[in-house]
Unconditional design. Structure first.
Lengths: 115, 116
């Protein structure tokens, strides 16, 4: 069975601090895909990144970076120099094959950036 | 390019009633999937439709059903509503086929259902 665990339910930091959101996953598949989505108060989930199980390169996009480590089954997300607009609920998710629309989501981490 | 559109955005029903939610995917997307989001259970996959056929189904009772039309628009129906069906129902679309972006889902803003 597939499972995603986001142990941090809520995180609150002051603006400009760096913050890391943890994601640990479980799967028996050798091919799988990992995602991060952001859910602002408006409700829709906004896609941030997708990684497949064969690509362990870390990625940086502006203030966002992702660290994928198969050895520890983790796919952590770091926001550098956080801003108030980063406040949202962040979800890590897993799917087992390309094209699969069934994502298994973690419980989400509510991130609050205080001015 | 218009995003995923869900209607209605908010609705209130009473126990025992039924409800139909609508989703219009991004133009050109042939796959539509539905998710239920509740504070207790989080985000859970309901089902996926591709080219008018249900391609995958989550672990929900038969009261939850859906369909997809030839223009890729989708509806989901919940019959005999229960209090526990109160949730945000999210629709997502994607190309649904092979390719690098195949399972990158674009979500709508959701339909918030309250059952009294």
């Amino acid at each position: 069975a597939q499972k995603v665990t986001q142990a941090q339910t809520e995180i609150s930091v002051v603006e400009k601090e760096d913050v890391t959101l943890d994601c640990v996953y479980e799967t028996r598949d050798t091919t799988y895909y990992l995602f991060w989505y952001k859910q602002p108060p408006s409700g829709e989930l906004v896609f941030l990144i997708r990684r497949n199980s064969f690509d362990e390169q870390n990625e940086i996009s502006g203030r966002y970076s992702w660290n994928f480590q198969k050895s520890t089954s983790s796919f952590n997300f770091t926001i550098t120099a956080s801003q108030v607009v980063d406040s949202a609920v962040y979800f890590c998710a897993l799917s087992h094959r390309q094209g699969a629309q069934k994502l298994v989501f973690g419980q989400g981490t509510r991130l609050t950036i205080n001015p | 390019k218009a995003g995923v559109t869900q209607t209605p955005r908010y609705l209130i029903k009473t126990r025992g009633q039924q409800v139909t939610l609508s989703c219009s995917p991004i133009s050109g997307h042939r796959s539509v999937s539905w998710y239920q989001q509740t504070p207790g259970q989080g985000l859970q996959f309901l089902f996926e439709y591709f080219s008018e056929t249900q391609r995958n189904k989550g672990n929900f009772p038969g009261r939850f059903s859906g369909r997809q039309f030839s223009n890729s628009r989708s509806e989901m129906n919940v019959s005999t509503l229960e209090l526990g069906d109160s949730a945000l129902y999210l629709c997502a679309s994607s190309s649904g086929q092979g390719g690098s972006g195949a399972n990158v889902l674009t979500f709508g803003a959701g339909s918030r259902l309250t059952v009294l």
